[in-house]
Design a protein around this ligand. Sequence first.
Ligand SMILES: Nc1ncnc2c1ncn2[C@@H]1O[C@H](COP(=O)(O)OP(=O)(O)OP(=O)(O)O)[C@@H](O)[C@H]1O
Ligand SMILES: [Mg+2]
Length: 333
Amino acid sequence: MTSTNYDGFAGIIGGCDLMRRLFALISKVTDTDTTILVQGESGTGKELIARALHSQGPRRDHPFVPINCGAIPAELLESELFGHEKGAFTHAIRTRQGRFELADSGTVFLDEISEMSPMLQVKLLRVLQERQFERVGGTQTIVSDFRVIAATNRNLEEEVRVGRFREDLFYRINVIPIQAPPLRERGADIVPLTRYFIDKFTSAKNRRAMGINDEAMGHLLRYPWPGNVRELENIVERMVILATGKELTVADLPEKILQVKGMRREVVDEIPAQGFALNQAVADYEKKLIVQALNQTDWVKNQAAQLLGVNRTTLIEKMKRHQLVKPQVTMSE
Ligand SMILES: Nc1ncnc2c1ncn2[C@@H]1O[C@H](COP(=O)(O)OP(=O)(O)OP(=O)(O)O)[C@@H](O)[C@H]1O
Ligand SMILES: [Mg+2]
């Protein structure tokens, strides 16, 4: 199985409008050396986007060097990034190159950049401006030609506002912002992603090809996916391991997916004294829910119908009655 069998771009599966716009943006900026900031909730595919930016551009034959700024203690991060000279500190028994040096002609991926200490933020700003630096404990100036892609699952503007992140550094790295959309805003991608992960895990585990029935898929479509694509990937992996039949069914779904309740939002606080036209109110409410389901699924009627728990033909009939047609979108940003 290869990801080319699926709608998507450079291993990023997705075909909804949001994702197609994202792919167009990625293609536009791969040829430049501009610094890119990828923002988005956990599990939305920020690292995948960073890797695509590297693998689709002219630096693809050079190293992609990731570093997780949140996972490395502040004292060590500096020497990880810039390298150190022998004897620079107690455990520096030999000279070591840093990630910026190793990424010469390639890309440095600064993951969880919001976690960088204020001291390192200053140093990073200088490196981004001058493209040169010294190893820890060294005096020799090192010049390296690297592109920087940064990622964060925090709202970096907010971090700037509360004083945890330097404003000047924010503007330096946020030259081209890329937003990785949460899975709940790209409902149309749940079906292809689920299929992709089923295929991925059945072939990885040498299992027979497997499908998923409509009822089970309906539950996956209704779940809000707080952990985004990573959560879907984990759930599909577990289902593939545990499943016995050749089709995944509701019986294979984890409890939390099944527990999603329908909407129970109150519609009106109180019925007005003069009363109101029930039929009109119900029709308005129905129209609102249908539009919402259609927007959530990129106007793919099959999926919108599954979301609403009605037949496709019923949905089409209701769409006609409410005169609903898909709005035209423009691909320009
Ligand atoms: N569109 C997608 N197509 C295929 N796989 C995806 C997609 N988006 C995410 N994934 C997969 O989901 C998992 C999480 O993605 P990734 O690590 O890129 O997320 P992230 O945004 O960096 O998350 P975090 O903020 O938690 O680090 C990975 O295994 C990745 O391969
Ligand atoms: Mg990540």
